[in-house]
Design a protein around this ligand. Structure first.
Ligand SMILES: Cc1ncc(COP(=O)(O)O)c(C=O)c1O
Length: 389
C-alpha cells in the first residue's frame, strides 16, 4: 500500500471508523501485473470480490469485462455501461431473471449443468464449466473444482453439453474452469488445465478457454499464465481469465479503532470492526496482516476482537502490538476482496463507508449506512396475503 500513514489518520478522522480505504495506485498495479503475465488474455473481473461502482467504472475504463453471478451484479455491470461480450453470466442456479437480463444485455453465459441448454435465451454464446475433480490447496469452502463440489459438469459430460448447445442453436464458445479461491499452489492450476486438455480429442478446436481466477496473492502469475496459455493453444483457443481477489485485495485496508482492552485467559484488543465488516477470518479462518498505527516499545501478543456478541468475532489472533489505548488505529490489510462485499447489517450494524486514495486526496465512494438504511425495506410494508379456503 502506498498511502501515507498521515493520510490514513486523516481519513479515519474525517470519515469515521470502521472504514474501508482503497489505494488507486495498487489497483492499477495489480491490473498491470495481470496484463503483464497473461498478455492478450481477455480479463473479466469477478465482481463478487468487490462490486463498488467506482471500482467497476475504473476497471471498465481500463478495458476489463465483468463476471456476474446475480441479477444485482448484472445491474451493476449495466449501470457502469458494460454490455455484450463485456459480461459473463455465471452461477450454479441461475434464476429466470438472470437469463432474461443476460439475454437482453447480450452477455455470454457459463453453463453449469446440461439442463441449462434449454433455459438459455435463444442463440446465446456459451461456455461450459468443467469440474476437473481435483483436491486443491485452499480452505474447503473455497474449493470449487473438487469431486464433491456443486460446480460444473464432469469431464465426461462436457463434450455432450457442447454438442447439445450447438444442436439447440446456441454458439458454444468453449470450456471454462475455476477450481477455487485463494489457491496457494500453482501446481493445482497445472493439474486443472491438464484435465481440460484431455478433452481436446473429443471437442476438436474451440474458440475460447476460460481459465477462471482463484490466484492467491503470492501466486506465480507467470507460471499460471504459461500453463493456461498452453491449454488454450491445445484447443486453438483464445484465453479468458476471471480474477477477483487478485485485482482488489491488496488495494483495500480496513481501518478500525481500538475501543479498549481486556486481559482474561488471553489479551483482547477490542476494536470497532468485526465479523459484520470483515467476515473472512470467521468464515474461512483467513489471516489478514494487522498493522498498528501507533508507536510504543513494549510488544505483546493480542487477539483483535470485534463488537459482535459472537465468540468467533475475532479479526486476528496473536498479533504483536505495542500497548493499545482507546482511539488507536489498526490497519487490517489485504481486505479489498470479499471484505466490504461480504459486510452485513447483522445486529443492525451500518455497513462502513469506503474511500479511494488517488495519491493526493480521498474520494468517498460509498457513504456509511445509517440504521434507517438497514431497516428501510421493513418500513411502510402493510400488505397482507389472505389464504383462500
Ligand atoms: C466462477 C468464478 N470465477 C472467478 C472467481 C474469482 O475468484 P478469486 O476472487 O479467487 O480470483 C470466482 C470466485 O469465487 C468464481 O466463482
Amino acid at each position: 500500500m502506498t498511502i501515507p500513514t498521515a493520510a490514513l489518520h486523516d481519513a479515519a478522522e474525517h470519515f469515521g471508523t470502521p472504514l474501508y480505504v482503497y489505494d488507486s495506485a495498487e489497483l492499477d498495479a495489480a491490473l498491470a501485473r495481470v496484463r503483464f503475465a497473461f498478455g492478450t488474455a481477455r480479463v473479466y473481473y469477478a465482481m463478487k470480490a468487490n462490486p463498488n461502482l467506482s471500482l467497476l467504472r475504473r476497471l471498465n475504463a481500463a478495458g476489463v469485462g465483468f463476471e456476474c453471478v446475480s441479477s444485482g451484479e448484472l445491474a451493476r455491470a449495466e449501470a457502469v455501461g458494460a454490455s455484450g461480450r463485456q459480461i459473463l453470466v455465471n452461477g450454479p442456479a441461475k434464476s429466470g431473471a438472470e437469463y432474461a437480463t443476460g439475454g437482453r444485455l447480450g452477455a455470454t453465459f457459463v453453463v453449469d449443468r446440461e439442463e441449462e441448454v434449454g433455459l438459455l435465451p435463444p442463440q446465446s454464446r456459451a461456455l461450459v464449466r468443467v469440474n476437473p475433480a481435483l483436491a486443491v490447496s485452499t480452505h474447503d469452502h473455497l474449493a470449487t473444482g473438487a469431486v464433491d463440489s456443486k460446480f460444473g459438469v464432469t469431464l465426461e459430460q462436457a463434450p455432450r453439453v457442447l454438442d447439445a448447445l450447438r444442436t439447440a442453436g446456441h454458439t458454444p464458445l468453449g470450456l471454462h474452469v475455476h477450481i477455487g479461491s485463494a489457491i496457494r499452489d500453482a501446481d493445482d492450476f497445472t493439474a486443472a488445465f491438464g484435465r481440460l486438455s484431455e478433452l481436446r480429442e473429443q471437442t476438436g478446436p474451440l474458440a475460447v478457454l476460460d481459465a477462471g481466477g482463484g490466484w492467491g496473492l503470492d501466486a506465480d502469475l507467470g507460471g499460471i499464465a504459461r500453463e493456461a496459455w498452453a491449454a488454450a493453444s491445445a484447443f486453438g483457443a483464445e484465453l479468458w481469465v476471471e480474477p477477483g481477489r487478485y485485482l482488489v485485495a491488496r488495494a483495500g485496508t480496513l481501518l478500525t479503532r481500538v475501543v479498549g482492552t481486556k486481559r482474561t485467559g488471553r489479551n483482547f484488543c477490542l476494536v470497532d470492526a468485526g465479523m459484520t465488516e470483515l467476515l473472512r477470518p470467521m468464515l474461512y479462518g483467513a489471516v489478514h496482516p494487522v498493522t498498528p498505527l501507533w508507536d510504543g516499545l513494549e510488544m505483546e501478543s493480542w487477539d483483535i476482537a470485534g463488537p459482535a456478541c459472537e465468540s468467533g468475532d475475532l479479526l486476528a489472533r496473536s498479533v504483536s502490538l505495542p500497548q493499545p489505548t482507546p482511539g488507536g488505529l489498526l490497519a487490517v490489510g489485504e481486505a479489498g476482496a470479499y471484505g466490504a462485499a461480504m459486510s452485513s447489517g447483522y445486529l443492525t450494524r451500518s455497513r462502513p463507508a469506503e474511500v479511494l486514495w488517488d495519491g493526493a486526496a480521498w474520494t468517498l465512494i460509498r457513504r456509511r449506512e445509517t440504521p434507517q438504511d438497514v431497516w428501510a425495506a421493513e418500513e411502510g410494508v402493510h400488505l397482507s396475503v389472505h389464504q383462500s379456503v
